[in-house]
Write a protein that binds this ligand. Structure first.
Ligand SMILES: Cc1cc2nc3c(=O)[nH]c(=O)nc-3n(C[C@H](O)[C@H](O)[C@H](O)COP(=O)(O)OP(=O)(O)OC[C@H]3O[C@@H](n4cnc5c(N)ncnc54)[C@H](O)[C@@H]3O)c2cc1C
Length: 423
């Protein structure tokens, strides 16, 4: 039996949930269905995220997407009283004087809340060394640091709780969900069919007519693609470019007594939690996970990390032991002998052109792709922009009434520079 809706959204991660909510808020009469192949919402990359958030980005567009979303998340937690595990424990970047990162953060400090922290203060609270042994430095291409920059409108969040908020709001407004439904293809059909074999012909106007799934055919007037790294695979046969490529990303959970002590060392914030810390070399980050009395370690490694994808990505213990552990322990002895108590892997959906999300419409399909490793912290703005694109509006109103020209992150009239702060 064919099921029909005004709007069908593929993907119940943060992007699909936020988009569903913002479309429905503006269009109460539309019937909206969100489908996902998992058995619940937020089980894709949303649930695998390291879930840090920051308003520190090189480009204005990314700063706007993140800062308005952070403001909205603050409202969810503080005014609406829905706990999403939001903590403003800061992001700490450890940098060398006069390095490109130093210059970038200094430039940004006029627009976002950043404070400089003395390296001795960092050493005494977090035990992260700023002078490394020369041999180690040379062999592993490591650098020391001269100071830290702490971003104050930054911190950690719990993505499953955030997804929970959006899901519950969607259900309240009457949005339907269908889990365990896997889309295998989107069918392009002529807008005015002639019922000739071989349609649609090149001269016919076209639209997405239906979705093929394991539960049969679903039809909608409009569709939203919010399937993250599965976007290109689903769109390839339609001839629509997804403009995104996957890269595996992993999180390793480690702990020992010294790490547990470190977790509560705040650095220039009011929270009793250490900041999300980015080591000076190779992008290795420490994400405090006080709820699990552990540290989550990750890195967005680039060269030698391929662009392939599998249905069930596995974390690589060798990668932790041979690459990450060596860097960690060179900087911070607290990690020596730490137990690896958990690990998981997902993918970043990269927009390799400028590392900034794409939101565009082709036919009756609105596509969200290329969240590039920061889709949680930009999730609310992404949903508001996708809702505006869906409605054919030129401008989206982001939280706090900021007007955003939607074509700036579309495909045809895109206006974004390369984002250099990808972690
Ligand atoms: C290890 C890791 C660390 C990260 N750290 C951060 C961070 O610190 N901060 C941050 O902001 N972001 C981070 N991210 C990125 C962030 O998780 C993503 O940008 C964000 O979750 C994307 O949300 P989404 O809704 O677009 O995708 P997803 O959450 O992946 O949702 C897509 C949904 O589509 C469904 N789907 C896919 N194909 C089909 C199909 N054929 N049929 C039906 N359903 C389908 C999937 O099941 C999934 O639920 C991290 C990602 C990873 C992997």
């Amino acid at each position: 039996m064919e099921r029909r809706y005004d709007v069908i959204i593929i993907g119940a991660g943060i992007s699909g949930l936020s988009t569903a909510l913002h479309i429905k808020e503006e269009n109460h009469d539309l019937s909206i269905l969100v489908i996902d192949k998992q058995n619940s919402y937020g089980q894709g990359n949303t649930g695998k995220s390291a879930a840090g958030f920051r308003d520190i980005f090189k480009t204005k567009v990314n700063r706007q997407l993140a800062s308005t979303s952070i403001e909205f998340y603050k409202k969810i937690q503080k005014s609406l009283g829905f706990d999403i595990g939001l903590h403003f424990n800061g992001y700490l970047f450890l940098v060398k004087d006069k390095s490109p990162m130093d210059a970038m953060l200094q430039e940004l400090s006029s627009g976002v809340k950043i404070e400089i922290v003395d390296r001795d203060e960092i050493k005494s609270s977090l035990n992260i060394d700023y002078e490394l042994e020369p041999e180690q430095r040379k062999l592993m291409n490591l650098e020391g640091y001269d100071k830290g920059y702490v971003g104050k409108n930054c911190g950690i969040i719990e993505p499953e709780l955030l997804a929970d908020y959006y899901f519950k709001e969607c259900v309240k407004l009457g949005i339907e969900f269908d889990f365990g439904t896997t889309v295998s293809g989107l069918k392009v059909v002529p807008t005015d069919p002639l019922d000739y074999p071989g349609e649609p012909f090149i001269w016919q106007r076209k639209k997405i007519g239906s979705l093929q799934t394991n539960k049969g055919t679903y039809s909608g007037d409009e569709y939203i693609m919010a399937a993250d790294v599965y976007t290109s695979g689903l769109l390839d046969k339609t001839g629509i470019d997804g403009h995104e490529r996957p890269k595996k990303r992993q999180v390793f959970q480690v702990t020992n007594d010294r790490i547990v002590e470190m977790l509560s060392e705040s650095v220039h914030t009011d929270e009793d939690i250490m900041p999300f810390t980015i080591l000076p070399s190779h992008g290795v980050f420490l994400r405090p996970a006080p709820k699990y009395r552990s540290m989550w370690i990750g890195v967005a490694d680039d060269l030698a990390r391929d662009f392939t994808m599998s249905e069930d990505p596995q974390p690589e213990r060798d990668f932790y032991e041979n690459s990450i552990y060596q860097i960690l322990t060179s900087y911070c002895k607290n990690f020596e002998g730490a137990s690896l108590t958990g690990s998981w892997a997902g993918y970043y959906s990269y927009n390799t052109a400028d590392m900034t999300p794409n939101i565009f419409k082709e036919l009756n399909l609105t596509v969200i792709s290329g969240t590039s490793g920061s889709g949680i912290m930009k999730g609310d703005a992404i949903g508001r922009i996708a809702a505006a694109v869906f409605s054919g509006k030129e401008k989206a109103k982001l939280y706090g009434n900021l007007e955003f020209q939607v074509s700036d992150i579309g495909v045809n009239a895109r206006k974004v520079q390369m984002e250099q702060l990808i972690l």
